[in-house]
Design a protein. Structure first.
Length: 180
């Protein structure tokens, strides 16, 4: 059981390039096959986190690869949806800027003396769930009001999550400055 969460994360990383291959394929139901890949990746994301916490097998590899796999799948999916004109460019850019900021700040914080890691929080997890629902809706019923509305809500949650991570960062920095 010790390695199962990491194996699931690695499987998710291998699913990333399969999504655009399926999405842009000329086969019948190509978008449905891509959606199945996306949903499989989403399920393995949930399952690896659940197993790692339940069996207390959180590892450094998992801490690094899990968010990487999530970001790669989300950005790959959004690029495909943008190229196909299912979502506007600004949606992709907001997520890209947010994820880039998190990666850069995460690297910066980790390589400091304190090795601070900003943990995921309820806003980030909720944004992920709503983004998954939005992507599902956009692939199944593109250009419908409900699909657009759920994507808009996901973007708002992404921005709230980003602000909460920024708040956590500054609170953590401030508390460390006071104790030193």
């Amino acid at each position: 059981m010790k390695y199962v969460p990491n194996i699931l994360t690695i499987i998710r990383i291998f699913l990333v390039p399969l999504f655009p291959i399926a999405f842009f394929s000329s086969t019948d139901n190509a978008h449905i096959y891509a959606l199945i890949i996306f949903l499989t990746a989403s399920f393995t994301d949930f399952l690896d986190g659940y197993l790692a916490r339940k069996y207390e097998v959180v590892s450094v590899v998992g801490i690094v690869l899990d968010p990487l796999a999530d970001k790669l799948m989300l950005l790959t999916t959004l690029v495909c949806l943008n190229v196909s004109h299912y979502i506007p460019l600004w949606v992709l850019l907001i997520v890209l800027v947010k994820e880039t900021c998190l990666v850069i700040s995460g690297i910066f914080l980790y390589f400091r003396k304190e090795k601070t890691v900003i943990p995921s929080n309820k806003f980030g997890k909720l944004a992920t769930v709503v983004f998954s629902a939005a992507i599902f809706l956009i692939i199944v019923i593109p250009h419908y009001f409900i699909s657009i509305l759920v994507m808009f809500i996901a973007i708002i949650l992404e921005l709230i999550a980003l602000s909460s991570y920024i708040g956590y960062y500054f609170k953590n920095i401030k508390s460390k400055a006071i104790t030193h």
